[in-house]
Ligand binder design. Structure first.
Ligand SMILES: Nc1ncnc2c1ncn2[C@@H]1O[C@H](COP(=O)(O)OP(=O)(O)OP(=O)(O)O)[C@@H](O)[C@H]1O
Length: 689
């Protein structure tokens, strides 16, 4: 039907407000469309509607079009539905509840996306099919740009409910409708869609009906539906966020390699991660609701802590599952609403072995030397290396015998790295440790064992060596009374802490070292014979430095190069006389003494030569030099040639005399002209410039 001619509308004497408004609107639209008369200047026009008419005209919308909007492609529709899934899932169930009412009342309820595309609609079959005829179907885009002024576009633009009365719609096809629209906004106030309730007025003279009351109701209805959808959306969004947080938390907990258990106020399991279910040997379903207390046996302090409001940190506990008893570090964080009432707690179980490995790593309980680091080509050292390599991969205890500073620990580390490189290397010097501490150091202690001890107890070095090597240096100095305990640990491979009740399994290898004659100590009853035999299953002797021939000079250069490299310095060379003294010297302190002597010499010399005078005093003044019978000892060495010695001497003198030629010549015991000649011959004239 066409109501665009206002003159066709009969005006009766008792014409009501509604009819008058309808008539005026038609008149205005005709004036605007045909004569371009600005609709904003008319009293019956809502300004926002007038502006929308103007925009619609500017967009080039044809007010007489028969089918409205345009269709999206199937793929575009799928994408749109996916993007608006939360809105659709929330709004459609609500719209559906009104379906029976809509079907008998001549109404159509339509859900639009924020860009004006139809997402869903329900209504009376007659109105639905009449709207379908003008392309009001799911996937059709009905924006202001292509269908002109309409209620849903205006409500989304103005962010408030809007009602359009028949001729207020821009297109003729919509003029027999009263449309009430409510925008739908998300929690951030962004418009995400709109809901429209359309009432189609049928009959030839719609203006005769007073729809004022109806208008008020429909606008109220659609607005409250909009509010309800928004509330549902917020809830759905929160639920979604909560779900996401929950699954992120779950994934994080699964990833953590510690056992995490949450319990209620009675210590019943509420949730546990994969590691905890592995520790307790319970799958996650059977664990929920189970009492956690039995897993801690009779450890009364833990049983109390499980239901207490006080947190605990890193308490050593043993957990008994169906198969075995395991050591863990337990932390409990109570969850309480206030200080006195506890709702539950979260427990953390950290694997003691992993923590020990971490601590060992951090405190440097690692062996850094390998056999490649053992410097020496002499027959005696080559023999020690080859024997050590043979013994390295057996699991037997090894006793290393050698004078002080010969490299016993170096060999122990190399043996460890050959077969247990990933395990800890725990070294104890039995001579350096106070007698009263050595026992607790070795075996550890339980909490409260003695005054000054840590409250929670502490593992001993033997426990820390689990999976690796325990290196007991100067084993001859271990107190006699401890020898029996050590023997038992070595035999049983179990350790009991001081003050403890339970034995802890320890798998480790023992390497001992001594510079004493252990068998003599046995004869003197200062060392237990049974322990001696247990420790010395395999023996390795490290030769003293004086028996290693030219290894001494190899070691010298190795230590000089190493030291200078660290300091970014050019390594000096040993003069012939220095080399002679080094091989003659007896080296009572062995390699350690030689290393220190080289560090001292590098620091003393100011030049590229280490001369006799730069060696430590005891070596220079040593009055019992070892006789070098065979000068071929030095033959393979980097012996300084006479010319090189001359260059060194001249360089040295000129540097010491601050480039003063006369003084330098004096110092060298030659004349000035001879010095000039030598400088020239050796290409050293740059030194005096
Ligand atoms: N053959 C070698 N090659 C390289 N460095 C060595 C060699 N022998 C010993 N050293 C070095 O000499 C120093 C002393 O060695 P180490 O501590 O192993 O001797 P030790 O016999 O265990 O001494 P002590 O009897 O005093 O315990 C260390 O810095 C070590 O790295």
């Amino acid at each position: 039907m066409n109501w665009t001619n206002a003159e066709n509308i009969p005006v009766s004497n008792n014409q009501d407000v509604f009819t008058t408004r309808w008539r005026e609107l038609i008149k205005n639209k005709m004036n605007f469309l045909s004569n371009n008369i600005d609709p904003r200047n008319t009293s019956c026009m809502v300004p926002e509607v007038a502006e929308s008419w103007i925009r619609s005209k500017e967009f080039g919308v044809n007010p007489d079009m028969k089918t409205m909007g345009y269709m999206l492609s199937t793929a575009e529709i799928q994408e749109l539905i996916h993007q608006n899934s939360l809105l659709i899932d929330t709004a459609v169930p609500l719209i559906t509840t009104f379906k029976p009412l809509l079907e008998i009342s001549g109404y159509l309820l339509v859900l639009f996306s924020s860009d004006g595309t139809i997402l869903h609609q329900e209504g009376e079959p007659a109105i639905l099919s009449s709207f379908n005829r003008i392309n009001a179907v799911v996937g059709a885009v009905w924006s202001e740009k292509n269908v002109g002024t309409n209620a849903h576009s205006l409500s989304m633009r103005l962010k408030r409910p809007v009602q359009l009365l028949g001729p207020e719609h821009y297109c003729l096809q919509l003029e027999d409708n009263i449309s009430s629209a409510s925008p739908i906004m998300n929690e951030f106030g962004h418009v995400i869609g709109a809901l429209v309730l359309v009432h189609q007025i049928r009959g030839d003279s719609p203006w005769k009906n007073n729809f004022l009351n109806l208008q008020a109701h429909t606008l109220g209805w659609v607005s409250s539906m909009g509010v309800a959808i928004e509330a549902q959306l917020k809830l759905a969004q929160r639920n979604y966020a909560l779900k996401m947080t929950n699954s992120t938390l779950k994934a994080t907990l699964e990833y953590v390699d510690e056992g995490i258990i949450s319990i209620d106020h009675e210590a019943k399991i509420k949730h546990l991660n994969r590691e905890a279910s592995r520790i307790l040997r319970l799958n996650q379903d059977e664990a929920v609701g189970r009492d956690l207390k039995p897993f801690f046996g009779k450890q009364s302090n833990i049983l109390k802590a499980l239901t207490s409001v006080k947190p605990i940190e890193f308490l050593e506990v043993s957990i008994t599952n169906q198969i075995n008893e395991l050591q863990y570090l337990l932390s409990i964080k109570p969850i309480s609403e206030d200080d006195n009432c506890r709702n539950g707690a979260v427990l953390r179980l950290a694997n003691v072995d992993k923590i020990n490995a971490l601590v060992n790593n951090r405190v440097g309980a690692k062996a850094k030397f390998r056999f490649e680091d053992v410097i020496g080509n002499s027959e005696p050292i080559k023999k020690s290396i080859s024997l050590s390599k043979k013994y390295a991969c057996t699991n037997e205890n090894v006793l290393i015998i050698g004078e002080s500073g010969t490299g016993k620990e170096l060999f122990a580390q190399a043996i460890h790295n050959e077969c247990r490189p990933l395990g800890p290397f725990i070294a104890i010097n039995c001579a350096a440790m106070p007698r009263n501490l050595i026992e607790s150091e070795l075996f550890g202690y339980e909490g409260g064992t003695f005054t000054g001890a840590e409250r929670n107890g502490r593992p001993g070095k033997i426990e820390l060596a689990k999976g690796g090597t325990l290196f007991l240096d100067e084993i001859g100095d271990i107190p006699f009374e401890l020898q029996a305990v050590l023997l038992r640990v070595l035999e049983d491979k179990q350790v009991m802490r001081l003050g403890g009740q339970r034995s802890i399994d320890v798998d480790f290898r023992v390497i001992t070292a001594t510079n004493q004659d252990l068998y003599k100590l046995v004869a003197e009853k200062r060392f237990r014979q049974d322990l001696y035999y247990r420790l010395s299953v395999l023996n390795i002797e490290i030769p003293p430095l004086r028996d290693r021939g030219t290894d001494q000079l190899l070691l010298c250069q190795y230590f000089i190069d190493n030291y200078c490299e660290k300091r970014g310095q050019v390594p000096p060379k040993l003069s012939y006389a220095t080399q002679m003294r080094i091989v003659e010297y007896d080296w009572p302190g062995n390699v350690r003494q030689l290393e220190n002597a080289m560090i001292c010499s590098v620091n003393t010399t100011q030049s590229i030569i280490i001369d006799l005078e730069h060696l430590p005093k005891e070596i220079i003044e040593s009055n019992q030099p070892k006789q070098v019978t065979n000068t071929s000892t030095l033959a393979h060495l980097d012996v300084v040639s006479i010319q090189a010695a001359e260059v060194n001497a001249i360089t040295n003198a000129i540097m010491r005399c601050d480039k003063n030629v006369a003084l330098s010549a004096d110092l060298l015991g030659i004349g000035k002209s001879t010095l000039y000649r030598k400088l020239k011959r050796n290409n050293l004239t740059h030194l005096i410039k």
